[in-house]
Design a protein around this ligand. Structure first.
Ligand code: 3PG
Ligand code: CO
Length: 503
């Protein structure tokens, strides 16, 4: 590990702790009534901007500055934590997939050839993934390119299992994306490829759990996609979305229940069977690791799969570099070497990393370049505080106080040189679009930060408070002019997604 040996740092005091706090989803944005941070009581964080002895500046956290395809791409936690953890900008999954589609290498690689064998032998090609152009986990244009690519390469039967978004894109937009996909399917059918949507559900309720917060989410998806089993059956996906919403007008895109598309006789149009191939279209890892395990692992006990079809399973990328999961994938993930953790461990720095479940993998897995293991068992402690399984505007303080307490103890214990935490609130509550709750979320974070700054100062250490991308700094959808977008009644359309703000 000598390549990672470092000289003593000229500024960081030796023997004193260094504290790093990531405020998830906390951008520096226009100070108006839709900026939850500005409207909340956040005296600690506001005081950080007041100058000496503190230093304050903003940095870009979106677009090409962080390795995303374009400057229209908002930042997200994967890019943010990958970049901070590695101390460098990495060409992200989204860009790598775009490049491979553009130069055609997508359709000549080992992953594609492996997938092709299945439909050459009569198997159905299934796609599963987040259906939007949010660009955080996946993109519809990439899905469509793969569908047409498959058809061009002789595929005769495609089934798509859609997860509606409303989190990286506005709530209600899933109708639009499903409509677009229906059209592409129709077009493919008219060219001799039987393409249909087979099942679906909302991303926060079906399939896309992360960090094992709630396996029920993945089980619902498995039953709908694989077994064709869900309480809701409709003759089309568009029908599913409109009728479910009529039944329950409060339903949002993130939380649609699972549904299955059926023929007139009630039989599912596209269960997943032996000999089929399943491609997960998400390029981002965290929310598809669990479903990938369900497809790939022979020994699996997180839930009862009922039936485990013998399929070829591929990720858009390989999602976990330590687990080599999944073993087959379309595009090789960015190789992230020389992460800060590798340097720090090689130099004997004792590290305490902590967050609650929803962001735990952000300060460990993403931080370490999408590797699920530890770098050093002797030097590192990774401490997870279980998140509640609720919609977070119901309890906007989340686990901020518990994280602060655990990290404070770590700082005061003298056992760690480096304490790294992530406060999830600004992001997770920001994603609900609930402005009032998001203000409470910001206040909980501010109080947590105060506890930690006090502790690190008491120990004579130093600190860095930063963020991965914006979210709670703007809670309103905007017109081109910057004016908030309002509905007929004058109500402001909530912004559930991240922002382009610097941090
Ligand atoms: C999510 O997965 O919750 C959102 O798509 C992105 O949020 P994150 O990048 O802050 O995790
Ligand atoms: Co987020």
């Amino acid at each position: 590990a000598s390549e990672y040996q470092l000289e003593a740092h000229p500024v960081i005091p030796k023997g004193k702790p260094f504290l790093l706090v990531v405020l998830d989803g906390w951008g520096e944005n226009k100070e108006d009534e839709f900026n939850a941070i500005y409207k909340a009581e956040c005296p600690t964080i506001k005081s950080l901007k007041e100058g000496a002895p503190r230093r304050w500046r903003t940095i870009k956290a979106h677009g090409t500055a962080v390795g995303l395809p374009s400057d229209a791409d908002m930042g997200n936690s994967e890019v943010g934590h990958n970049a901070m953890g590695a101390g460098k900008i990495i060409q992200q999954g989204a860009s790598l997939v775009d490049n491979a589609l553009e130069d055609g290498s997508m359709f000549t690689g080992a992953g594609w050839n492996f997938a092709k064998e299945s439909w050459a032998n009569g198997g159905t090609l299934h796609f599963i993934g987040l259906l939007s152009d949010g660009g955080v986990h996946s993109r519809t244009d990439q899905l469509f390119a793969l569908m047409y690519g498959a058809s061009d390469h002789g595929c005769k039967r495609i089934r798509v299992h859609v997860l509606t978004d409303g989190r990286d894109v506005p709530d209600g937009s899933s109708i639009k994306y499903v409509g677009q996909l229906e059209k592409e399917c129709e077009n493919l059918r008219s060219h001799g490829c039987d393409a249909k949507i087979a099942s679906g559900g909302g991303r926060m309720y079906v399939t896309m759990d992360r960090y094992e917060a709630d396996w029920n989410i993945v089980e619902r998806g498995w039953r709908a996609h694989v077994l064709g089993d869900a309480p809701n059956k409709f003759e089309s996906a568009l029908d599913a979305l409109t009728k479910l919403k009529e039944e329950n007008p409060k339903l949002n895109d993130q939380f649609y229940p699972p549904f299955v598309v059926v023929e007139k006789d009630g039989s599912p149009v596209g269960t997943i069977e032996d000999g089929d191939v399943v491609v997960n279209i998400n390029f981002r890892a965290d929310r598809v690791i669990q479903i990938s395990k369900a497809f790939e692992y022979e020994n699996f006990d997180a839930f009862d799969r009922v039936r485990w079809p013998k399929v070829k399973y591929l990720g858009m990328m390989q999602y976990d570099g330590d687990l080599k999961l999944p073993s087959n994938y379309l595009i090789a993930p960015p190789l992230i070497e020389g992460t800060s953790g590798q340097y720090l461990c090689a130099n004997g720095v004792r590290t305490f990393a902590c967050s609650e479940t929803q962001k735990f993998g952000h300060v460990t897995f993403f931080w370490n370049g999408n590797r699920s293991g530890k770098i050093s068992d002797e030097l590192e402690v990774y401490h997870e505080i279980p998140s509640d399984n609720i919609q977070f505007n119901e309890a906007p303080h989340m686990k901020a106080a518990e994280i602060a307490k655990a990290a404070r103890e770590a700082l005061l214990s003298g056992k760690f040189d480096y304490v790294r935490v992530n406060f999830a609130n600004g992001d997770m509550v920001g994603h609900t679009g609930d402005l009032e709750a998001t203000k409470r979320a910001c206040e909980a974070v501010d109080q947590g930060v105060k506890v930690l700054i006090d502790a690190v100062e008491q120990m004579g250490g130093i600190y860095l408070i930063t963020a991965d991308h914006g979210n709670c700094d703007d809670m309103a959808q905007r017109k081109k002019t910057g004016e908030p977008l309002r509905d007929e009644t004058g109500k402001v359309a909530p912004l559930t997604s991240h922002t382009l703000a610097p941090v």
